[in-house]
Design a protein around this ligand. Structure first.
Ligand code: IPD
Ligand code: CA
Ligand code: CA
Length: 264
């Protein structure tokens, strides 16, 4: 097990790499009319920006931590005992449409546990960081989940992928409304998790996601005092599945909405 000082040193070393990746992504965002867009699947877009940003992150992290493995959405990778898990642009659809809600994501996983999470929103220059046991931060300032205790004043962030049957998402929205939640779907699961950690939203539910979408945000929510699905325990690094995360008092209602159970 790595000691906290060593993890803090890794976090500090990785931050400039993620910020550099964010600056490159932002350059592409501001010149996105020049990007050739490819379709990976139904409503699933990708461009050279995703690959260029992941390549930069891989180069930088590999130079810093040559002994660590890297798993990235675009370049793939294996399940290894020590891995950096990367989503170069989470919210690619927004990115390519010019909607300013997307982020660059890196999580550090050791023996099936996320120990570091870094999510950078370059448009708003918001850097969200967490180290296991070390708290959650936005640009170095500590953040907390909302502390909301009432569904009647709470907002649930949702996400949907066209890889899911549409009925499952329609069912999720109906359950959320039946429970009395207001809801939003911003198009970047990673950024929405940061907003839960920062108290802007009270909870999040998505019924299908990958490790690179959520690991950095789930540790951030936990370190901000919230409760969150153990993605790695449930599905493993290469698996896919549903997650929820929220301010603690809303856990029973969110479990009822999603059909997912939080760790006790
Ligand atoms: C997507 C976003 C979105 C979610 C999709 C993801 P991408 O990631 O997180 O919020 O609904 O399922 O695929 O493709 O932009 O990296
Ligand atoms: Ca993603
Ligand atoms: Ca992506």
């Amino acid at each position: 097990m790595m000691d906290p000082q060593e993890l803090d040193a890794r976090l500090e070393a990785a931050i400039p790499a993620v910020r550099a990746a964010g600056r490159l992504a932002l350059e592409h965002f501001l010149n996105r009319d020049r990007l050739a867009i490819e379709h990976k699947g139904q409503q699933d877009l990708v461009s050279i920006a995703d690959r260029a940003v992941e390549d930069l992150l891989r180069r930088e992290l590999n130079a810093l931590f040559p002994e660590d493995a890297i798993l990235g959405e675009e370049g793939g990778g294996e399940d290894a005992p020590r891995s950096w898990v990367l989503d170069p642009i989470d919210g690619t659809f927004n990115f390519l449409k010019g909607i300013p809600c997307w982020g660059v994501v890196a999580a550090y996983v050791v023996d099936g546990r996320t120990l570091i999470g870094i999510t950078y929103d370059p448009v708003h220059d918001e850097l969200f960081t967490a180290r296991r046991g070390g708290g959650a931060f936005r640009n170095g300032t500590p953040i907390r989940v909302s502390g909301n205790t009432s569904v009647d004043t709470s907002c649930l962030a949702l996400a949907y992928s066209f890889r899911q049957p549409k009925e499952t998402y329609v069912g999720l929205v109906k359950q959320a409304l039946d429970q009395g939640f207001e809801h939003r779907r911003m198009g970047s699961t990673a950024i929405q998790l940061c907003w839960v950690a920062d108290g802007r939203c009270d909870g999040i539910a998505t019924l299908l996601c990958s490790s690179w979408d959520v690991l950095a945000g789930l540790i951030l929510v936990e370190e901000a005092g919230g409760r969150a699905t153990d993605f790695l325990g449930a599905y493993g690094l290469l698996g896919k599945g549903g997650i929820i995360a929220c301010t603690p008092a809303l856990a029973p209602e969110l479990e009822a909405v999603s059909g997912l159970v939080l760790p006790r």
